[in-house]
Design a protein around this ligand. Structure first.
Ligand SMILES: [Mg+2]
Length: 381
């Protein structure tokens, strides 16, 4: 029998935790309102239990450069010794054990983010492990659905047209454009993408925390004519809930955020206040399945679209899309449309998008384990 909740008893004893820091060059940098990504990195975790079963998870590590190495050190030297060789009732119990044990270290280091990220990645690996042990895909293990809607993301302000055209040709019906570098360029790109998408296609915007509340209110009015599905992170991710309430009161566009949120109280504030129409937690940054699945269900029950954020490798992408399916599928999964070896080569099969949807694999866990030779080839120097 599969548990549908994260607190069901699924005993686990961790034998080994291994980390893999990957790095892959990219031909065209990915640019947003404040930085440019010139290569892609990833931190993967492989956990082996005492029966030899294995699970894979990914830790968010897109910033700063070489941040993956630091987070790998935190796992290997701080987190792994706490949980290896001990008996736990479930991945959820591992999560709460780590949260408690890492509280003082994270305060002392002044790094609550990286500590939350490694806890999330370990959690994702453990859920992949227990679902694989049960012989079920994660979406089914949690009693969800296999068909999820996705949108193409990662479209930089520099000539996004060709990438959008390719996405539409490959089955996407929705694309998200990064804005906030230059208004004239943003408006021209918007008109071009509207033409490519047609009136029924969905256009989303990501301002990557570009504006103050006052600026955002004005700037968003420029984009209303393009009828976007949402405006993502118009203001900084660490703005208090009161700032979001001020913005939401007069916003001409539906608001999306969550990738830079951390902690249950922050997300409960978003859900209970109703300031966002789209909630976008990053399960490799905070919470893993243990926190993000109940959160997704709470959001959907409150009428909010659940849109897990992901901009990493194939491991986290499939965790994230399984999370959306597990929560019931009401929302959109983020699918980075840029060429990226860390997505394309780690998976055995291509992901097919059809009429804007993908059908998740019936294979256990996230549906695969990465190929050892590819992992070795992509290991960061
Ligand atoms: Mg974003």
């Amino acid at each position: 029998m599969s548990p549908s909740s994260v607190d069901a008893v699924t005993p686990i004893r961790i034998r080994e935790i291994s980390t893999f820091v990957l790095d892959a060059p990219i031909a065209k940098p990915v640019r947003n309102s404040w930085r440019t990504l010139t290569s892609r990195s990833a931190l993967l975790i492989r956990i082996t239990d005492d029966s030899g079963a294995q699970g894979w998870g990914e830790v968010w590590c897109n910033y700063p450069p070489r941040g993956a190495h630091h987070r790998a050190d935190l796992i290997n030297h701080v987190a792994a010794p706490i949980i290896t060789g001990r008996d736990f009732d479930s991945p959820q119990q591992v999560f709460s054990t780590l949260e408690k044990a890492l509280r003082i270290p994270s305060v002392t280091a002044g790094e609550p983010g990286p500590f939350a990220q490694i806890t999330a990645g370990i959690d994702n690996a453990l859920w992949d492990l227990v679902a694989k042990r049960a012989g079920k895909p994660l979406w089914q293990y949690f009693g969800g659905v296999s068909r999820v809607e996705v949108y193409a993301s990662g479209l930089s302000p520099d000539e996004p047209g060709p990438l959008a055209e390719r996405a539409v040709k490959n089955g996407f019906r929705a694309v998200k454009l990064k804005i906030g570098v230059d208004t004239a360029t943003d408006l021209k790109n918007s008109a071009d993408l509207r033409t490519i998408l047609g009136p029924s296609g969905k256009l989303m915007y990501d301002a990557n925390q570009r504006w103050t509340v006052e600026q955002a209110d004005q700037e968003m009015r420029r984009f209303a004519e393009f009828k976007p599905e949402w405006m993502e992170e118009p203001i900084a991710g660490d703005e208090p809930l009161s700032a979001w309430k001020t913005l939401a009161a007069t916003s001409v566009l539906p608001l999306a955020a969550g990738e830079n949120g951390r902690g249950r109280a922050t997300f409960d504030g978003f859900v209970e206040s109703g300031v966002l129409q789209y909630l976008q937690p990053d399960m490799g940054k905070w919470g893993g399945f243990t926190e993000c699945l109940p959160l997704g269900r709470r959001a959907i029950a409150a009428g909010i679209q659940f849109c897990p954020h992901w901009l990493g490798s194939a491991i986290g992408l499939m965790s994230s899309l399984n999370l959306l399916g597990a929560a019931g599928g009401k929302g959109w999964g983020e699918f980075d449309a840029n060429p990226n070896q860390l997505r394309e080569r780690l998976m055995p099969d291509d992901i097919h998008v059809s009429d804007g949807f993908i059908t998740l694999s019936n294979a256990p866990g996230i549906g695969f384990a990465p190929d050892a030779a590819v992992l070795k080839e992509l290991t960061a120097k």
